[in-house]
Design a protein around this ligand. Structure first.
Ligand SMILES: *[C@@H]1O[C@H](CO)[C@@H](O)[C@H](O)[C@H]1NC(C)=O
Ligand SMILES: *[C@@H]1O[C@H](CO)[C@@H](O)[C@H](O)[C@H]1NC(C)=O
Ligand SMILES: *[C@@H]1O[C@H](CO)[C@@H](O)[C@H](O)[C@H]1NC(C)=O
Ligand SMILES: *[C@@H]1O[C@H](CO)[C@@H](O)[C@H](O)[C@H]1NC(C)=O
Ligand SMILES: *[C@@H]1O[C@H](CO)[C@@H](O)[C@H](O)[C@H]1NC(C)=O
Ligand SMILES: *[C@@H]1O[C@H](CO)[C@@H](O)[C@H](O)[C@H]1NC(C)=O
Ligand SMILES: *[C@@H]1O[C@H](CO)[C@@H](O)[C@H](O)[C@H]1NC(C)=O
Ligand SMILES: *[C@@H]1O[C@H](CO)[C@@H](O)[C@H](O)[C@H]1NC(C)=O
Ligand SMILES: *[C@@H]1O[C@H](CO)[C@@H](O)[C@H](O)[C@H]1NC(C)=O
Length: 470
């Protein structure tokens, strides 16, 4: 009797759990059936209109080219820019495509089970002229393949998802690059030019042909919750490269790559000097990098429009060649100044601090040998590093020293087999406080806590709205 009552209770429990299971799968399913109306996401602006790629003939089989479907969809939705804007949803599936262009007041939403695959057919990648601040392509003197996702002269563009994927299928391009068979510069994953109000978030970017995210000549940019992955030996797969941009916020992102995780740039030698567009007002926070042959955050080497007011906080580097690296050369001109970094944790590093005044790549021999860069006001504090080979290699330029360097509260623990000369300094000036191992004589000890601005940059105060699909 007792036994059977117990078993009844168990049976009731089991059927209740079973029913709950059915109900919860129904809830998920039914919501999907009503177009997943519960998917909510943060965005600069919500849109009045929505469409799905399949409305425009998209086929998500991983084999059919969707270049025409993306073009048709965006051409169609661009008509709604003045009527509350539109969002294009890339639903679950594998969407092979060449380069396509975005429009204004527009959101591209990539579903978590969607993969946008870069097609390995060059005819689907239009050629663009070289960037005016570079004077030539970086891979070859000729033109540049348009990026997988490209936009120019836009306002208010959101590229997001709930962790959908962009896969550049870069192996094709890396091989051509290594074999020196490229006559034009490889495409990037995302490039946005001459634009304002840009958001790129909640996506996974894998195997870009070259750089991953390249906003250039643009302003008011928010980049957050990105996962960027490329083989650590893939060529020039930089993570995020703000280039001649004002007001950029990069946060809560993770990059594993074959080149710099973040590289802040502003044009190359005489071309960058002529265009004269700095990158300024950059905030980087809660960012993690793995890049055994490159920097966590590079400033340059192309910095000929100037780099000013970069604030980086709570940065993690693991198995990375260097922490912050300044790269410049005679001929670059301009400046890198007012750089502030605090709260950095590093492990397995070749260099913690690295500054290079002889980064010798030039677009052509026409650079001006009298164009000396000004590097000053570089502030690093509150850092720990372990398993380090060299604490610092700081090479300024002869007759053009890097000045006003301040480093405080930094504890560096060395590898079992560290270099004997831990601080190798030439043509630099500044101060240090509470730094181990003991810095070089050109960075004498002074009672100082290096500065970090108290105010916030305008881009830090931009709030995102909560939008939903459908
Ligand atoms: C494209 O936009 C027009 C309105 O301009 C609309 O009538 C048409 O249905 C749209 N095409 C598709 C495939 O949705
Ligand atoms: C995108 O826009 C650029 C510049 O207007 C143009 O040259 C290029 O052909 C466009 N790309 C596509 C895929 O339509
Ligand atoms: C885009 O903006 C740039 C800079 O303002 C301008 O030179 C160029 O003509 C514009 N291009 C288009 C297609 O409007
Ligand atoms: C974006 O990513 C963050 C961090 O992982 C997560 O908290 C948030 O829910 C994501 N948003 C969407 C729409 O998936
Ligand atoms: C997004 O997907 C990538 C690749 O699968 C994964 O590594 C990452 O953890 C995911 N991010 C979130 C927030 O789920
Ligand atoms: C590159 O240019 C060279 C010389 O102009 C030409 O022989 C070769 O076919 C070109 N390669 C490609 C892939 O277009
Ligand atoms: C950085 O980390 C510290 C310590 O965990 C925390 O107090 C601070 O709010 C963080 N700052 C940012 C911008 O995340
Ligand atoms: C320390 O760094 C060396 C390279 O210098 C690496 O081989 C080793 O695995 C690292 N050790 C730890 C504990 O991470
Ligand atoms: C120190 O730096 C100078 C200048 O870059 C370089 O020539 C020299 O080899 C370095 N010395 C050591 C011991 O690494």
């Amino acid at each position: 009797m007792g036994f059977s009552r117990k078993s009844n209770v168990i049976e009731t429990l089991i059927s209740a759990l079973f029913l709950l299971g059915i109900l919860s799968s129904c809830v998920a399913q039914c919501r999907d059936d009503r177009h997943a109306e519960t998917i909510q996401f943060p965005a600069l602006n919500c849109r009045k209109h929505s469409a799905v790629l399949t409305d425009f003939g998209g086929v998500g089989d991983g084999k059919t080219s969707n270049t025409a479907a993306f073009k048709a969809a965006i051409a169609n939705l661009s008509q709604l820019a003045k009527d509350g804007g539109a969002q294009l949803i890339v639903p679950p599936g594998k969407w092979l495509t060449g380069s396509f262009n975005l429009t204004s007041h527009f959101t591209l939403f990539v579903h978590k089970d969607a993969v946008i695959l870069g097609i390995q057919d060059e005819s689907e990648w239009p050629l663009l002229p070289v960037l005016p601040s570079y004077g030539r392509g970086r891979d070859a003197p000729g033109g540049r393949f348009s990026s997988l996702i490209f936009g120019t002269n836009l306002t208010d563009v959101v590229i997001t998802g709930n962790n959908g994927t962009l896969d550049g299928q870069g192996a094709y391009w890396w091989k051509k690059f290594k074999e020196e068979k490229l006559n034009e510069t490889r495409p990037y994953m995302i490039e946005i030019m001459y634009s304002k109000q840009i958001q790129i978030s909640n996506l996974t970017l894998v195997n870009s042909p070259s750089w991953n995210v390249h906003p250039i000549y643009s302003s008011d940019i928010i980049i957050q919750h990105l996962t960027i992955l490329a083989p650590i030996d893939s060529p020039n797969t930089d993570g995020i490269n703000p280039d001649s941009c004002t007001n950029t916020r990069i946060e809560d992102s993770f990059v594993v790559s074959g080149d710099d995780c973040i590289a802040i740039k502003s044009g190359w030698d005489q071309y960058g000097i002529r265009v004269n567009m700095p990158t300024k007002k950059v905030v980087i926070r809660r960012f993690t990098c793995i890049s055994p042959d490159s920097a966590t955050i590079a400033l340059g080497s192309e910095m000929s429009g100037g780099i000013q007011d970069v604030r980086a906080e709570n940065i993690t580097a693991i198995n990375t060649q260097s922490g912050i690296r300044i790269k410049t050369a005679v001929g670059r001109g301009a400046y890198v100044k007012d750089i502030y970094v605090r709260g950095m944790t590093m492990s397995t590093m070749k260099y913690v601090f690295w500054m290079t005044g002889s980064y010798s790549s030039h677009p052509d021999p026409g650079f001006d040998p009298k164009a000396l860069p000004v590097i000053k006001g570089i502030n690093y504090k509150d850092m720990v590093a372990t398993n380090v080979t060299y604490s610092a290699r700081l090479d300024g330029i002869k007759n053009d020293p890097f000045t006003d360097i301040c480093i405080s509260n930094v504890n560096i623990k060395l590898t079992e087999d560290p270099k004997e000369l831990q601080w190798n300094c030439t043509d630099i000036q500044g101060v240090t406080n509470r730094v181990t191992p003991t810095p070089c004589a050109s960075l004498p000890q002074k009672e100082i806590d290096c500065p970090f601005p108290e105010d916030s940059l305008p881009i830090e105060d931009v709030k995102l709205k909560t939008c939903s699909l459908y």
